[in-house]
Structures are given as C-alpha cells and as structure tokens.
Design a protein around this ligand. Sequence first.
Ligand code: KG4
Ligand code: ZN
Length: 332
Amino acid sequence: TSVALLSRAGEVKSLVSVNQDDSHRPFGGVVPEIASRRHTENLLVLVDQMMKDSEVAWSEVTGIAVTTRPGLIGSLLVGLVSAKTLSLVHGIPFVGVNHIEGHLLAPLLKDASYGPPVGFDFPYLGLAVSGGHTHLFMVEGPTHYRLLGQTMDDAAGEAFDKFAKMAGLGFPGGVRVDQTSKTGSPVKFNFPRGLMGDGSFNFSFSGLKTAAQRQLAGMAPDEIQAALPDLCASFQEAIVDVLVHKLIEAAKVTGAKRWTVTGGVSANSRLREAVQDAAKEAGALLALPPLRYCTDNAAMIALAGLKRLELGETSPQDLAPKAQALATDWVE
Ligand code: KG4
Ligand code: ZN
C-alpha cells in the first residue's frame, strides 16, 4: 500500500508505503484476499498521515491518481473506491492509470537526491520488469507507448520468485536470489536463455524454470545448500543475459539512445551492473531510478496521473478496475 504527493513539476514531496510481505510469507506467495484486506486497513491511514506530515491542505491538491489496472481486482478496488471517495469529498478530479505506465515514467521522478540524467527525455526505450510483467516499450511520450515485445509465459520476477521457492530461499524470492548470488559463480550451471536469438523482442522464462527444477531434483538437499550461491548466480545470469540482450537489440533496431529499466526486478544488482555496462558500450543515456522508484510505489502512479490530468483527462465515478490492461493503454 503506497501513497505519494507530487508537485506539478513532478517532484516527490512525500512517499509513504506499507509492506505486507509478512502477511503472505506463511503462504509462500501473495494471497489476493489478504492483500485487499491489508490495503483496506492501511490506505486511508497512510493518506491521513501523509497529508499531516507534508503540511499540505486538501484545498491545495489538484488531482488524484490511482492504479486501476492490471492487477488483483480486490486490491485495485480498494484503491479505486478510496480515490473516488476522496475525489467526491474534496471536489477534485481523479484519474485511473495503468500500473505499467507508472513503472515506465518512474525514471522521470525527481526528489532531493534523484533526478533523471541531464538530457534524458522522450522518446526512450523502457524495459518494465516486475513480478507480473516483462514488457519492452518505446516510450514515445506521456500516454504514448509502443509495445515492442513481452514475455510469452512467466514474468522475470515470477521466475525469480518461483526459483527461490524451489531452492528453499523463501518469500519474496527475487531479492534473496540477488543476495545469495553475490558469492556464487554465474557460469557454474548452464541454464537456458529462452528466445535469445529469435530476432523478436519477446521473452520466455518457462524453459529456464523447468531446467532449474530438473537441476534441483537431481541434487541432494545438502548438495543444493552448498551450491546455492552458484545456483542463484547462474540462474540470475540467464535472466539478466536475455533482458540485456533484447534491450541492446531493440536499441539497434529503433536507434534509441535513451534507455530505462524499471519495475521490481530492476532492483537486481547484477541486472543494474549489466545494463550500465551495455549502455556505456552502446553510447546510450541510461536512467536507472533508485530502488524506491523501481519497486512498486505511489510516486510513479502520481506522475502518470499528473501527465494525464495535464492533458485534460479525468475518470468518471463509474470507472471499474480491470485485471488486464486496456487495448488503448499502448499500441503494438
Ligand atoms: O514492480 P514490483 O515491485 O511489483 C509488481 O508489479 O510485480 O516487482 C516485484 C518483483 C518480485 O517478483 C520480486 O521478486 C522482484 O520484483 N524483485 C527482484 C529484486 N527485488 C525485487 N528480483 C530480482 N532481484 C531483486 N533484487
Ligand atoms: Zn510493479
């Protein structure tokens, strides 16, 4: 659950979030019903706290942005109903935005210690890698996104999480794989790189998942334990290799000289290192937002909403949340 307050210039005045991983950990993954309950308990408390701490009056707020898609309907509904209510009570417009749009605009956020690199602007290549998405876009301008490719099966974050679960690393898995890989060898195990040379900008991580499953099934528990750093480093390298390869290829084809990598998986330290090297090699300007803007956060949603409100868009009170993106969210 996350709420943020942005200035009209896109500066983050406040960002407060509550993590609910502890509630889901006993189940080894996100339980939708628990997720929406926690949002119900936390959301308005966070809004009140943020308004108090930032010393901003509701009369100064000119708009409200809320995630309405894609995602778990129950969770989306809690946010949307709250945004509609605040909009009615305070007489200010609200606008529903696509979660991925938030990730794609995150590199443009500004605060006291972060801002996009000098010269970073539209259009840019945006790789959004999270627990639910692995989407490569040409970000042409606010509200203009061209999808170049996406995963055909699992998302990169999902692959990290499933591997972590198989290897007994717990939940949430991505960050644990990242940490455990630090002392391991990325070439110890040879995991498959799905769709690596197919010429498309699509991704596939299900073959990798199966290969890892087979590898682990052939090892004794103490063997797995001893090899965990190597297993994690090799598994991680297979994902990073494909992500960076497709980004480089897309940059060649489109001529894009400005790149961003965003979404929870962009917090991965090996991916950040590899993409920085690749951008240097290609002479591209890379915007890698700090971790607070990579993983899910309300500041990126506020920015996406701000851009839409600036273009005159507002949402009606009968707007419904959607599990999937809308056909109008991007062009293919
Ligand atoms: O964007 P995000 O916070 O939520 C979604 O929109 O899904 O992304 C969450 C995903 C999870 O799958 C998590 O395991 C992964 O991002 N993740 C990482 C790291 N930190 C978070 N994956 C690899 N390495 C990390 N350091
Ligand atoms: Zn996300």
